[in-house]
Every structure is written in C-alpha cells, then in structure tokens.
Design a protein around this ligand. Structure first.
Ligand code: ATP
Ligand code: MG
Length: 275
C-alpha cells in the first residue's frame, strides 16, 4: 500500500536533474536543524521572507543576503535549509569543500558556471558558502585570490536576464574583512547567526539529541555546568557559555561514546573549551 509519505518521498527522489543539488544540501544539514532558541526560528523566518520576495516581487529580480557569525554557529546549515525550503527549481551550493585542489581559474570557472546555469531558471537560489575560504583568505599579510573576489563582486551584483529571478545566500565567519574587500555593500541584508550562549538553549539541544536517558540526568548535568560557572539561564549577561551548535553536537557525540559519567564528561569537555 502506498501512503502519503511514500508518495512525498517519491516526489523528493524525482527532483528535476536540471537544478537542485539535493544531496549536497542534505549533506550540510546532516544533523538537522534544532530549534534551540527563538533566534533560530527568526533566522529561518527572515530567510523565508526573502524567498517569498524573490518569488513574488517583479521589482527585485536579485536579492542577496549574508549569514555571518562565529565558526560553527550553523551558518551553512541554515543557508542550505532556507534554500531547500524555497522549493525553487534551481538550488545550488557553491562550497570551498567541493573545490579542494582547484586552481584559481578552475574556481572562477566553476563559480561562474553555477550562476550562468541559474540564469536559465525562472527562479533560483545559490548558496555561496564560506566566502573567506572561497577566496583563499589568509590573515597573514591579508592575502587572497583577487580573481575569485572579482568574480564574486561581479556575480553578486549582476542582474539576472529578463524574467529570471535569483536569491543569493552567502555565508562568512569573518564579517569584518568583507567590508575591506568591498563585498559588504553588495548584500541587501545581513543576518547574524549567534553561538549558543545560555543554558536554556543548551538544554534544548541536549533534550533534542537525547543524550541523557532521563530528564533527571539532564538536569543534573546542567546543574553541574551552572555550578562550574557557565552561567544560568536567568542571568544571560554573566554567561560564559559561547559555543557553536556544530562544536556542541560533536562534543555531545563524544560524550555519548561511553555510558559512564556522561554528565561529567560533557561538563569537562565544555569547560575545557576555556569558557
Ligand atoms: P563553519 O564556521 O565551520 O563554516 P557553520 O557555522 O557553517 O560552521 P554548520 O556547518 O552549518 O556551521 O554546522 C552546523 C551543524 O549543526 C550542522 O550539522 C547542522 O545540521 C546542525 N544544527 C543543528 N541545529 C542547528 C541550527 N539550529 N542551526 C544550524 N545548524 C544546526
Ligand atoms: Mg559553514
């Protein structure tokens, strides 16, 4: 018997080869999106509004937004989720991870190709992930690939051909350098993706990933963190907790490896971060 779920997943499987890199997107949202803070929902909601704007307003055929925040705060996963939820016929991810070993000119060609492909679709979203790595930014001597930067500058402001619409979602952990590079003026909007900075949010993550077998165990772990000075949810300003969800999830998986003293090992790892 075929039920609705089967039907929907079958639809997922037959996405037009033309333009959606389903697997690539799925890969960067591997651990899903945990709604640990109101900020997460606000970011997704804002993203959705831009998606709707590009879909419905004829006056804005090109909209570009920047998701920035500390390393591991979830920028790539959020950008990919917003893109995926758009259900546009063309969704592509430009990621430095897929360009390892590319020469400068190969990068320029690959990036340019994604954009020219996008111009063939009535509605497109292109996620340009980790700008600083795409341009090979090196803090030492402030070096970078000028060819890739110039390519991005041109493509970020080029209007798609008539009747075509494009949403660009870029991500970066180095917001300040974008200004020096002349990139920040190209964005219509910027959104900060904050790290997890209070115990309440941490608790939501712990609950979601079911690290502890019971609520009692979870609360004991949280008390341990509180006593260790990681701040309480009531007093966010004094909280020393600052951790990207990506790092937190990896610490949790590490703590999960052994059933003994999970709370202690979690607290130890979190505190070992120098918070
Ligand atoms: P980097 O600075 O290294 O580029 P990042 O900020 O891009 O890191 P991601 O690569 O997006 O971070 O990693 C976030 C991870 O956390 C993903 O595996 C994602 O599935 C998971 N995750 C869980 N909840 C959330 C959330 N609310 N927002 C973003 N990512 C989340
Ligand atoms: Mg990233």
């Amino acid at each position: 018997r075929v039920n609705r779920t089967d039907f929907m997943s079958a639809l997922d499987e037959v996405h037009p080869a033309f333009g959606v890199s389903e697997e690539e997107l799925q890969q960067v949202i591997q651990n899903g999106i945990i709604h640990y803070d109101a900020a997460v929902d606000e970011l997704l909601k804002s993203g959705q509004l831009f998606v709707e704007q590009v879909r419905s307003s004829t006056r804005t055929p090109l909209v570009s937004i920047l998701l920035h925040g500390p390393p591991g705060s979830g920028k790539t996963a959020l950008g990919a989720s917003i893109a995926q939820a758009s259900q546009y016929p063309f969704i592509k991810l430009i990621s430095p991870d897929n360009m390892v070993g590319f020469s400068e000119s190969a990068k320029v060609t690959a990036i340019t190709k994604v954009f020219s492909d996008s111009y063939k679709s009535p509605l497109s979203v292109v996620v340009v992930d980790n700008i600083e790595r795409l341009i090979d930014w090196t803090p030492m001597g402030a070096r970078f690939s000028n060819a890739v930067l110039q390519t991005l500058l041109v493509l970020f402001s080029r209007r798609p051909p008539k009747g075509r619409r494009l949403l660009i979602i870029a991500t970066s952990s180095l917001r300040p350098i974008l200004t020096d590079l002349g990139l920040s003026e190209t964005f219509d909007s910027e959104m900060r993706v904050p790290p997890i900075s209070n115990l309440k949010a941490l608790e939501r993550v712990l609950r979601e990933v079911e690290l502890f077998p019971s609520g009692d165990e979870r609360r004991r772990a949280l008390r341990m963190l509180e006593d260790a000075g990681l701040g309480s949810s009531k007093d966010q300003l004094s909280s020393k907790l600052q951790i990207g969800v990506k790092k937190l999830l990896s610490i949790i998986e590490m703590a999960r490896q052994e059933p003994e003293n999970v709370a202690e090992r979690l607290a130890g790892a979190l505190m070992g971060l120098g918070m």
